[in-house]
Design a protein around this ligand. Structure first.
Ligand code: CAA
Length: 258
């Protein structure tokens, strides 16, 4: 599949999507978002794919929604097209585990897209920010919501109200990213993690991801109940039986993804 704004490849059971609009620091124009959505839906439906890795360039994961594209839009237009909904949310809804490998700028919509992934692995050059306030607007794709859940009120308020960026180490301390590695090692480490996830039983990674996501949407008692019932449900998978039998027999499990 030939794309204008992204590149895709598969490495065994890992799909890699690279945002590829270097002249605009991967600003998320409508065309890029549409292509990203199409690629995500395709890989999510592919039974051979066990993890989707999304990355940008060394300089920018993505510098946000395309400001030049949206600057002349009216309220009536954004309301009518439900701007920044549709394709933007696909990453948050795919069932296959997703990893964002972030180097350089992850700003505005770029930070929001990274936060829609299941985890962020950052290079030590990564900078995260919600600078919408500096252009007279506010985050529109989860920046006030996912960021606040990830880092807490005070840091989210600081980032959204000043527009200042935080570096990778601050993001790590705050819980926004899972891991920080030297820039030169980012893809190697992100791919290692993605391959590891893709090497698990696919239906089990899907329900595991679903259970973790429930934690952000519900009460503790409801979440634990969902987890317990989902744990019970894994006993219907052939791979649950295989995993435990393999452990007892001191051998590696052979998943059938059933
Ligand atoms: N939209 C459109 N074009 C962008 C862009 C964006 N978000 N970010 C960068 N670009 C373009 C620049 O206009 C420039 O294009 P030209 O060469 O044609 O002038 C090119 O990318 C390179 O950018 P800079 O010359 O500005 O590079 P820099 O290294 O000096 O600065 C930067 C980098 C700090 C990231 C700066 O580009 C910047 O501040 N970008 C905007 C960041 C921002 O405000 N993002 C939020 C957007 S709103 C949003 O995302 C809403 C939402 O919640 C969904």
């Amino acid at each position: 599949m030939a794309y204008d704004y992204i590149a895709t490849e598969t490495q065994d059971a890992v799909a890699v999507i690279t945002l590829n609009r270097p002249k605009a620091l991967n600003a998320l124009c409508a065309g890029l978002i549409a292509e990203l959505g199409e690629a995500l839906k395709g890989f999510d439906a592919d039974p051979g794919i066990g993890c989707i890795l999304i990355t940008g360039s060394e300089k920018a994961f993505a510098a946000g929604a395309d400001i030049k594209e949206m600057k002349d839009k009216t309220y009536q237009e954004v309301e009518a097209e439900d701007f920044i909904t549709g394709d933007w949310e696909i990453l948050a809804t795919v069932r296959t585990p997703t990893v964002a490998a972030v180097s350089g700028f992850a700003l505005g919509g770029g930070c929001e897209v990274a936060m829609m992934a299941d985890m962020i692995v950052a290079s030590d050059t990564a900078q995260f920010g919600q600078p919408e306030i500096t252009i007279g607007t506010i985050p529109g794709s989860g920046g006030t919501q996912r960021l606040t859940r990830a880092v807490g009120k005070s840091l989210a308020m600081y980032m959204c109200l000043t527009g200042e960026f935080i570096d990778a180490e601050t993001a790590l301390r705050a819980g926004l990213v899972a891991k920080v590695v030297p820039a030169a090692e980012l893809m190697e480490e992100a791919l290692r993690i993605a391959r590891k996830i893709a090497g698990m039983s696919r239906p089990v990674t899907r329900v595991c991801k679903e259970a973790v996501k429930v934690a952000l949407e519900t009460t503790l008692a409801e979440g634990v109940r969902f987890e317990r019932r989902t744990f019970h449900a894994t006993f219907a998978f052939d791979d649950r039986k295989e995993g435990m039998e393999a452990f007892a027999a001191k051998r590696k499990p052979v998943w059938t993804h059933r």
